[in-house]
Design a protein around this ligand. Structure first.
Ligand SMILES: Cc1ncc(COP(=O)(O)O)c(C=O)c1O
Length: 352
């Protein structure tokens, strides 16, 4: 037994539960909101090309990718910070602004990394219950902000429940919170959003100097295994985020894969349309069975199963489908392969 003291804040952290992984038996993995598609055409070749230089460190700040992202969003490179997945970028964002005796406010249930990343900073977590129909209650979120709050996390679409934050409610929220409070808009699933009233994160950046937008290549772009995400914001915030970023954390392979993927917007749009069509198929199938779902705006649906969540996930597993139960709350099911989706719908039909 080691006698090395561990920081109490670290000893108290909840554990991140990854989505279940397939075993030897054929299973469909609808448990981690991944893309069912392989990387976009040409991306594997870009990865292979950059693998030749594996004996070399990558560019420390992934400059080529930073330039490409800035160009894509019509921003300056000084407004872009990259990292090994948006979860790492969020850790850096929080490290830059929050510490002991500070507070971080976020909706709950939402992305399960929020309490962990908040805990690591030593700040106190302030979870704010969701409102009706799995929607983030932005009024309650603004009311939870006090003088000690350093950051508010807003997840849109909200993982795991699905609805997107609307532009008008976001603007009212920004007007209600202090202008020196950092607001993080986590848009990991933005490419799948079809709600015409959903907030436009990039547009909001121009209006709000205290806003940081998070994006990822893990979901729509299908690069979850390579780990690339980024933050967009004012140069002073980005400089602080970069200052706490682990050096060389985006590999050259990940950088080149992301640069190449950004160039393939037509193919990306086709794939996103495929996912959205299958999401509608799931939504309509479930509605026909009698389920009442929150509005799914990401690549997943949420079944509000309460205490039946774990048994339902067990029934899906027996049918060869891995889903993500949140015990006593609900079950999140990713929009995956058609066969997996159909098997899931069969199980769901016996549980309404
Ligand atoms: C809301 C949200 N934000 C961020 C992430 C992190 O994604 P990554 O670290 O792969 O970019 C996820 C992953 O599931 C997510 O659901």
């Amino acid at each position: 037994m080691t006698k090395v003291p561990i920081r109490p804040a670290v000893a108290a952290l909840p554990t991140y539960q990854p989505g279940a992984r397939p075993s030897a038996r054929l299973v469909y993995k609808l448990s981690s909101n991944e893309s069912p598609y392989p990387p976009l055409p040409g991306v594997m070749a870009a990865v292979a090309d950059s693998a030749v230089d594996l004996n070399r460190y990558p560019a420390m700040l992934a400059d080529q990718l930073v330039e490409a992202i800035a160009g894509f969003h019509n921003l300056e490179p000084a407004q872009v910070a990259v990292g090994a997945g948006s979860v790492a970028v969020l850790a850096h964002v929080l490290t830059a602004v929050a510490g002991q005796s500070d507070r971080v406010v976020y909706p709950w249930r939402s992305f399960e990394a929020y309490p962990i990343l908040t805990g690591i900073t030593g700040a106190k977590a302030v979870p704010v219950p969701l409102g009706e129909a799995g929607r983030i209650d932005l009024t309650a979120l603004a009311q939870a902000v006090d003088a000690k709050a350093r950051a508010v996390l807003v997840c849109t679409p909200n993982n795991p429940t699905g609805p997107a934050v609307r532009e008008d409610e976001f603007d009212s929220f920004m007007a209600a919170v202090p202008d020196d409070l950092l607001v993080v808009l986590d848009q990991a699933y933005v490419e799948f959003v079809t709600d015409p009233k959903a907030v436009d994160g990039i547009g909001a950046l121009a209006r709000h100097p205290n806003l940081v937008v998070l994006r990822t290549f893990s979901k729509a772009y299908g690069l979850a295994g390579l780990r690339v995400g980024y933050a967009l914001g004012r140069p002073r915030l980005i400089e602080a985020i970069r200052a706490v970023t682990t050096p060389f954390s985006v590999s050259a392979m990940a950088e080149m894969a992301a640069v190449k993927s950004l160039e393939l917007q037509d193919e990306l749009r086709r794939r996103v349309a495929g996912v959205v069509a299958r999401r509608t198929f799931m939504q309509e199938g479930l509605a026909a069975q009698g389920w009442d779902l929150p509005d799914p705006q990401g690549n997943f649906v949420w079944l509000d199963l309460g205490i039946d969540s774990a048994p339902f996930a067990g029934a899906c597993r027996r049918a060869g489908v891995l889903v993500r139960p949140f015990p006593d709350e609900g079950v999140r099911v990713s929009v995956g392969e058609q066969e997996g989706v159909e098997r899931f719908l069969e199980v769901a039909s016996t549980w309404v």
